[in-house]
Design a protein around this ligand. Structure first.
Ligand code: CTP
Ligand code: CA
Length: 217
C-alpha cells in the first residue's frame, strides 16, 4: 500500500533525543551514576523514527540495542552529552530524556587506594543541557524535557517547565521501580495545562508522545 503523508508525518524532520544516565568519573576506575536504564528514551527515539523523522540519539552508557533507523552517538559524561547535543543541532524537536548527572566529581588522576580513602568527594555542578538548549540561539521549535520526581510530581513538573524554558515537560514518578522497569506513569505538562496518562508500557508512552509531536510540528 502507498505510504502517504499521513503515515510518515515526521519525514524531513530532525529529532534530537538524549537518553540513559551519565557516568561521572571519580578516578580512572570508578564513577558516579544513577539508575536510568535508557529504555524510555530509546523507545521515544524509535517511535520518532517510525513516524519518519531523522533521529539523532545521544546515549549515555546503557546496554540497549539501537532502535531501527536511529543515528546513535554514545557518550559517558554530562559534559560529553552537552557537546554531542550542540554538535547535532539544528533540530526540529528535542526530547531530553536522559537522567543527566547533576554533578561531576573533581576526579583523581590515578586509581585511589583503599588505605587512602578521601574524606569527601568534591561535587561540581554539570552544565544544564536542557536549559541551555531551551534558552540558547539554536533552540529547536519544540523542546521537551523530562522531570524525574519522587514526590509532588506534577507541582515539580510545572515549575520545571518554567524554570528550564522548555515547551513541554513529561513528569514521571520514579519513586517505585520505574527506573529500569517496563512501564511508566507520566503527566504531560504544557502551557495549556496538565494531562495525566495511564500507566503504560514505555513503548506506548513513546508512541503517544511521538504522535503528539507529529501533530504539533
Ligand atoms: N537535564 C539536562 N542537563 C542537566 C540536568 C538535567 O539536560 N544537567 C534535563 C534532563 O534530561 C531532563 C530535565 O533536564 O529532561 C529535568 O531533569 P531533572 O533532573 O528532573 O531536573 P534538574 O533541573 O536537574 O532538577 P533536580 O534534579 O534538582 O530535580
Ligand atoms: Ca537532576
Amino acid at each position: 500500500r502507498h505510504l502517504g503523508i499521513g503515515h510518515r508525518p515526521l519525514s524531513g524532520r530532525h529529532a534530537l533525543v538524549t537518553a540513559g544516565p551519565t557516568h561521572e568519573p571519580i578516578d580512572p576506575v570508578r564513577y558516579l551514576a544513577n539508575r536510568s536504564s535508557g529504555r524510555q528514551g530509546f523507545a521515544i527515539a524509535g517511535a520518532l523514527a517510525a513516524l519518519g523523522a531523522r533521529v539523532t540519539l545521544v546515549a549515555g552508557p546503557v546496554t540497549l540495542p539501537t532502535p531501527f533507523g536511529v543515528d546513535r552517538i554514545d557518550v559517558q559524561t554530562a559534559r560529553q552529552m552537552a557537546a554531542a547535543v550542540a554538535t547535532a543541532l539544528p533540530a526540529d524537536v528535542a526530547v531530553m530524556v536522559a537522567a543527566v548527572a547533576d554533578w561531576h566529581v573533581a576526579a583523581a588522576p590515578q586509581k585511589m587506594k583503599k588505605g587512602d580513602a578521601p574524606a569527601s568527594l568534591t561535587l561540581v555542578e554539570n552544565p544544564d543541557i536542557l536549559a541551555a538548549l531551551s534558552q540558547g540561539p539554536d533552540r529547536p521549535p519544540l523542546v521537551i524535557g523530562f522531570a524525574a520526581e519522587t514526590e509532588r510530581v506534577i507541582e515539580h513538573g510545572v515549575a520545571k517547565r518554567i524554570r528550564k524554558g522548555c515547551d513541554w515537560i513529561v513528569a514521571n514518578d520514579v519513586s517505585g521501580d520505574v527506573m529500569g522497569g517496563p512501564d511508566n506513569s507520566v503527566h504531560l505538562v504544557t502551557a495549556d495545562g496538565v494531562e495525566s496518562w495511564d500507566n503504560l508500557p514505555k513503548e506506548q508512552v513513546a508512541a503517544r508522545l511521538a504522535q503528539r509531536i507529529a501533530d504539533t510540528l
